[in-house]
Design a binder for this molecule. Structure first.
Ligand code: BG6
Ligand code: MG
Length: 215
């Protein structure tokens, strides 16, 4: 039986804009600018690695202690946005798709790099729908390492080859491919050309598309 593993940020909810605002404020406080284009580099990337990339952009070197502090500052601001989230911020078509999967008894899990994933899923009232949730608190190796998806497959009692991963980040597509799973990309087709299937947005992640994938 085929199962699905969903990434969270950029697939279920559009939290990338909140990550961006919080990282941009941090960059500005440190005295440099951070553009939306540069923010693409942080998609799918762990919090710690994101800070390293940001500091690299600003050409700033800091002690480990200072970095720890900045990670907290960024997350506190990010959580201010997250705490205001409602179900209205679920991306188009996702809720219908999850309802369909539930009705058809097709298991699905979450495979996210975010340590805030459980909170976000609770805010948008989707937490109870997932058969398994694997997030940034459960892994030691970040995407493109396949660890997060392999743990999800295990929790769903399924072989990797029967897992279909839905991802919006290059690191995530590579993680799915490295896990030996089928990868479905949402977003820029050129950037995400390593995926087995490419969709422009979540509207295209239709019930018909999924039916064809699991047949
Ligand atoms: C990923 C996002 O899902 O989670 C990244 O795409 C983010 O941008 C990462 O850095 C970690 O998220 P958090 O919520 O643990 O800071
Ligand atoms: Mg993502």
């Amino acid at each position: 039986m085929k199962v699905l593993i969903f990434d969270l940020d950029g697939v279920i909810v559009d939290t990338a804009k909140y990550h961006y605002l919080a990282w941009r404020d941090l960059a500005n406080d440190l005295g440099f600018d951070f553009t939306e284009k540069q923010n693409e580099l942080l998609k799918g990337v762990s919090r710690v690695r994101s800070l390293e990339i940001l500091l690299n952009i600003g050409k700033i070197e800091l002690s480990d202690k200072k970095k720890e502090e900045l990670l907290v500052v960024k997350n506190v601001e990010y959580l201010e946005y997250v705490n205001k989230m409602t179900s209205e911020e679920i991306l188009p078509g996702i809720e219908e798709l999850l309802n369909f999967l539930e009705k058809e008894k097709i298991p699905f899990a979450l495979g996210s790099a975010s340590k805030n994933a459980p909170l976000i899923l609770k805010k948008v009232k989707l937490y109870d729908k997932f058969a398994a949730i694997v997030d940034g608190n459960d892994v030691s190796k970040a995407k493109p390492n396949p660890e997060v998806f392999l743990i999800a497959a295990k929790k769903l009692n399924t072989n990797p080859k029967d897992c279909i991963v839905i991802e919006d980040a290059l690191a995530g597509i590579q993680a799915a491919n490295n896990a030996g799973m089928t990868s479905v990309a949402i977003g820029d087709k050129e950037l995400l050309h390593e995926a087995d299937h490419n969709l422009s947005n979540t509207n295209e992640l239709s019930i018909d598309f999924i039916k064809k994938m699991i047949d």
